[in-house]
Design a protein around this ligand. Structure first.
Ligand SMILES: Nc1ncnc2c1ncn2[C@@H]1O[C@H](COP(=O)(O)OP(=O)(O)OP(=O)(O)O)[C@@H](O)[C@H]1O
Ligand SMILES: [Mg+2]
Length: 238
């Protein structure tokens, strides 16, 4: 399987001197295309920090990051076009759906492809296809305020997929959902990983989601471990 994300000796500190906070230290791990990986660690362990570095949003202190075959960070960003990399390669899903309240469902989903220069007709076609895939095509003209939490989260996932990202970074996408809807969302992410060969990292605090995932990424004492499900269950390393 091809590599989707690779890091080498990735370090992240916040502040300096007396206020120095070391969050991630020497993180070396790899995630393959087509994998759904749960990122599980206690609050404050650095999960969001890790996702935001992989997503080219937060600048690491040192180390290396590859996205696909491209080395994007080597003690500095290797491109001035971080935003372009982000838009083209990465789909973000957050705990809150962050849909734009004054745009309808369809307009929310076509926003990113349009920003990427995909023509309106093509972006619309793709968006409707995604909404259909998630069973909410009939809501295309509705405003987010008139949808349920689960429906809005499905729109947010459709939006994250609209530019065919190689990588999906999801920060507690199921936190606001009941357990049935959570399972539905994780199964959807799994399906996307399998069918589109996308790598998905999903932050979760819900151990019930682990069996639905392919591997577990965890952070302990600032180190990142990439574990098989059985290894995680046996806590052989952590
Ligand atoms: N901009 C910042 N400046 C200083 N410290 C920060 C900053 N962002 C995060 N931190 C610190 O880094 C550590 C990791 O934070 P992070 O948000 O990555 O944790 P998390 O694992 O996502 O936690 P949670 O499960 O609560 O979301 C925390 O100690 C936090 O206080
Ligand atoms: Mg967080």
């Amino acid at each position: 399987m091809d590599t989707a994300i690779k890091t080498e000796k990735l370090v992240k500190h916040f502040g300096k001197g007396d206020t120095l906070v070391e969050v991630i230290n020497d993180a070396t791990f790899e995630i393959k295309k087509g994998e759904l990986v749960a990122l599980i660690a206690p609050s404050g362990a650095g999960k969001t920090t890790l996702l935001m570095m992989i997503g080219c949003v937060l600048t690491p202190t040192s180390g290396k990051i590859w996205l696909g075959n491209e080395l994007v960070y080597d003690n500095k960003w290797l491109t001035k076009e971080q935003r372009k990399i982000r838009r083209e390669k990465i789909g973000f899903i957050f705990q809150a759906h962050y849909l734009i309240p004054f745009l309808n469902v369809l307009e929310n989903v076509i926003l990113i492809p349009e920003l990427n220069g995909v023509g309106e007709a093509k972006a619309k076609e793709k968006a409707l296809e995604l909404l259909d895939y998630f069973g909410i095509k009939d809501k295309a003209d509705s405003m987010p305020a008139n949808l349920s939490g689960g429906q809005n989260q499905r729109v947010a996932i459709a939006r994250a997929l609209a530019n065919n990202p190689e990588i999906i970074l999801a920060d507690e996408p199921t936190a606001a959902l009941d357990s049935k809807r959570s399972v539905d969302v994780v199964k959807m992410l799994k399906k996307i990983a399998l069918e589109q060969n996308t790598a998905v990292i999903m932050v979760t605090h819900d151990e019930a989601m682990v069996p639905l995932c392919d591997r577990v990424l965890t952070i302990k004492d600032k180190k990142v471990y990439n574990l098989a499900i059985d290894e995680y269950k046996n806590r052989a390393i952590v």
